[in-house]
Design a protein around this ligand. Structure first.
Ligand code: SER
Length: 314
């Protein structure tokens, strides 16, 4: 990676990734982009461009203007909001990805696209979910993720575009909030614990999902994009995870730091149904073997860091 374009840069991942990449690759070598209304100069300083990924020409012009050699494509709608607006999700997630891949084909840029635990469905083996297994998701977001994995593979096989990606679990972070996802509860629980020591959890006790702390997610993007391509057997859909947890695990971890923290359940039926259709825990041994994926944060370490950071912020 020498000249990097990030799409959807003002979202949960992009806000933190932009700053890390600016430090590592040089301030001027990272083009930070998003929809016009999302661009917040007070959040990210640097080379800013308005890019709507559903506009292929706009995307291509920015890639040419800065001679971009790597696109980190983060612009997307998440799972729960997708169930409200399936047509919009398809437009942004699929047409956006198609445009990014076409720009990769024309310009020769490498492309990182996140897939997700949502690429699995109710018929997938839920425990220690294998790298290669049944993928019949029941959400429009999941359908877009499986399609995206396949489309990225196709562009690699057909045109030699250097496409790479991981299946992200729920991401927990303290800079920008996630929006419209099913795993968002695992972020909000920390904010509410610090703000009011009280949290209404919209996912039922006992619902296991994979999660990861943002520094590990960012490290995984960089490691995969810098990996020797000849070692990558599954370019676009590596299972990765740091922890398989349910709401009670988070409650117990927070209680160690905030003994009077209280949590009650107000389950959201739409989100619960989505969560139940996703794996409990992924087998990520292939990512560990092929490009040395090795997360640093477990539940305890992440909880301590989240609470320290949020106490400073709030
Ligand atoms: N975190 C995402 C969501 O909940 C899953 O990729 O939609």
């Amino acid at each position: 990676m020498r000249k990097i374009l990030i799409t959807g840069a003002f979202g949960q991942i992009g806000t933190e990734l932009s700053q890390v990449l600016q430090e590592l690759y040089g301030f001027d070598n990272v083009v930070v982009s998003g929809l016009e209304h999302s661009v917040k100069e007070e959040l990210i300083d640097g080379v800013l461009e308005v890019v709507d990924v559903t506009n292929g020409n706009q995307l291509l012009n920015v890639v040419k203007k800065y001679q971009v050699d790597t696109i980190i494509h983060l612009a997307a709608l998440l799972s729960a909001v997708g169930e409200k607006y399936p047509q919009k999700l398809w437009d942004v997630n699929m047409n956006g990805l198609y445009n990014v891949l076409e720009v990769g084909r024309i310009s020769g840029a490498s492309i990182f696209t996140p897939s997700s635990i949502a690429a699995f469905g109710p018929t997938t083996p839920a425990d220690n979910t294998p790298q290669d297994t049944i993928q019949r998701p029941s959400t429009i977001y999941g359908v877009s993720k499986v399609s995206g994995e396949l489309l990225c593979d196709y562009y690699f096989l057909k045109y030699g575009v250097d496409t790479r990606g991981v299946r992200f679990p729920g991401l927990i972070s303290n800079t920008a909030l996630p929006g419209g996802g099913t795993t968002d509860y695992a972020v909000h629980i920390f904010y509410e614990a610090v703000k009011s020591k009280y949290f209404e959890c919209n996912i039922a006790a006992g619902t296991y999902m994979d999660m990861m702390y943002m520094p590990d997610a960012i490290a995984s993007i960089i490691k995969l994009m810098e990996a020797d391509p000849s070692k990558l057997s599954h370019r676009n859909a590596f299972n990765i995870s740091s922890m398989s947890i349910e709401p009670e695990d988070l409650r117990r971890a927070i209680l160690k730091h905030i003994p009077d923290f209280e949590m009650i359940y107000k389950v959201d039926p739409v989100k619960q149904k989505i969560a139940m259709s996703w794996p409990n825990s992924l087998d990520d041994s292939l990512a560990r073997a092929e490009w040395d994926f090795s997360p640093e944060y477990d539940l305890e370490k992440m909880t301590a860091d989240m609470l320290t950071s949020l106490r400073k912020k709030i």
